[in-house]
Ligand binder design. Structure first.
Ligand code: ADP
Ligand code: MG
Length: 401
């Protein structure tokens, strides 16, 4: 079990909350996409409505431990104020006397935003005295920044040595769905894996093999598996040093009685170029000078057959070079199939999420994970430092229950 913001009363308490306001800025330092700020609003409003006194902290970009105005969080103050319909106070340093004074001056429902945490090198080093300096500003710690939960930084993990930690709504949703697919999926459970490299995904595959009923493999990494099965793959992406590993994975799957489905046809071309001539061939007919850049329609149907049986689906990694037509078709087809299923459907991975958003299907699946690296580590079965904090013993802490 993990603690969430539903488990505590915030009235009159100074609540330090770690959010992800790492928004893209243009040259004039105007926000070009405020999705991440909007995403934090439900948690912030919930705490404000209870009479909590919010101290909001985030990183923005990679200022590498110096106070670089290009990476200031100042541009987010106005937008946050509009979204919360409140005046937002701003502390130009996230620790120190001025921040402390402003934090102590907060009344119930007030909001203070702290300057970029990464203006201090100690943040990413998880320096204990820096973490204590941050913690001293508040009485309760809330984290809603799933995207950095795989990093043990002062603001994601270190603070929880001093303050009791609670998951915000965004964090809760990520943990709930990612735990469900990796720990207690409704069966049959089907994982669709793709993307560029076996080496990037092997730990996920090995972890999921124990949980899934079937594993569908597309994308660039399928070719290492196909080669391991003795097929000719032309110039397709292949990691020679992972062929033995691919064989082992397939043997293990067989021993466990799990089905692995590989492509039976692919879309090929001489290279990854816009407007290049392409054709669909069966898997053993890839010309020597061409590469497989997407799964073909027969593979889509084979994958669909498995997906239609599923009660739980996890998708990680595009089926082809989706960034370029016509190699987006396989990924597009997968996205469409997912939206028609009654199953719990979870999509994770930076490029997979970009693909499903680009295809307008993100709203129609159960959960789209917001954290690329954090999501992968979760799927690998690792304990994440920014999540482990929600189940720590908090009896002897300042605001502990
Ligand atoms: P995610 O970010 O969702 O975890 P990855 O980063 O592992 O996914 O992989 C995404 C990349 O894989 C995309 O840039 C895509 O173009 C590439 N890719 C997919 N299929 C192929 C292929 N057959 N050949 C080369 N690259 C591929
Ligand atoms: Mg990626």
């Amino acid at each position: 079990m993990f603690r969430t913001i539903r488990d505590i009363q915030f009235k009159g308490k100074r609540v330090l909350i770690r959010v992800d306001f790492n928004v893209p800025l243009d040259k004039a330092l105007d926000i070009t996409d405020d999705t991440r700020i909007q995403a934090a609003v439900p948690t912030l409003k919930y705490i404000i409505a209870q009479g909590g006194r919010l101290i909001v902290m985030s990183h923005l970009g990679r200022p590498k431990g110096t106070a670089d105005p290009k990476f200031s969080l100042k541009p987010t103050v106005k937008r946050l104020g509009e979204l919360l319909q409140k005046t937002i106070a701003f502390a130009s340093d996230c620790i120190g006397e001025a921040a402390m004074k402003m934090a102590r001056a907060l009344k119930d429902g007030d909001v203070l935003l702290l300057e970029n945490l990464r203006f201090h090198a100690e943040e990413e080093k998880n320096d204990p005295s820096f973490a204590r300096a941050l913690a001293s500003l508040g009485e309760i710690f809330v984290s809603d920044a799933f995207g950095t939960a795989h990093r043990a930084h002062a603001s994601t993990a270190g603070i929880a040595d001093t303050l009791p930690a609670y998951a915000g709504f965004l964090m809760e949703k990520e943990i709930t769905y990612l735990s469900k697919v990796t720990q207690s999926p409704d069966r049959p459970m089907v994982a669709v894996m793709g993307g560029a490299k076996v080496s990037d995904k092997i730990l996920v595959i090995e972890n999921l093999l124990n949980k899934v009923d079937s594993l569908l493999i597309g994308g660039g990494m399928a070719f290492t598996f196909l080669k391991a099965n003795g097929f000719k793959i032309g110039k397709s992406l292949c990691e020679e040093d992972k062929i033995t590993l691919a064989k082992k994975v397939m043997e293990k799957a067989k021993a466990l009685g799990k089905l692995i489905v590989l492509p039976v046809d692919v879309v090929t071309a001489t290279g990854i170029k816009e407007g290049v001539a392409s054709k669909t061939v069966v898997i053993n007919a890839i010309p020597d000078n061409e590469m497989g850049l997407d799964i073909g329609p027969k593979t889509v149907s084979a994958f669909k057959t498995e997906l239609l049986k599923a009660k739980t689906v996890l998708w990680n990694g595009p089926m082809g070079v989706f960034e370029m037509k016509p190699f987006d078709a396989g990924t597009r087809a997968m996205a469409e199939i997912l939206t028609t299923l009654k199953a719990t459907t979870v999509v994770g991975g930076g490029d997979s999420v970009a693909a499903i958003e680009q295809m307008g299907a993100a709203e129609k699946v159960t959960h789209v994970s917001t954290g690329g690296g954090a999501c992968l580590e979760f799927l690998e079965g690792k304990a994440l430092p920014g999540i482990e904090i929600f189940s720590r013993d908090i009896k002897n802490m300042v605001g502990g229950a």
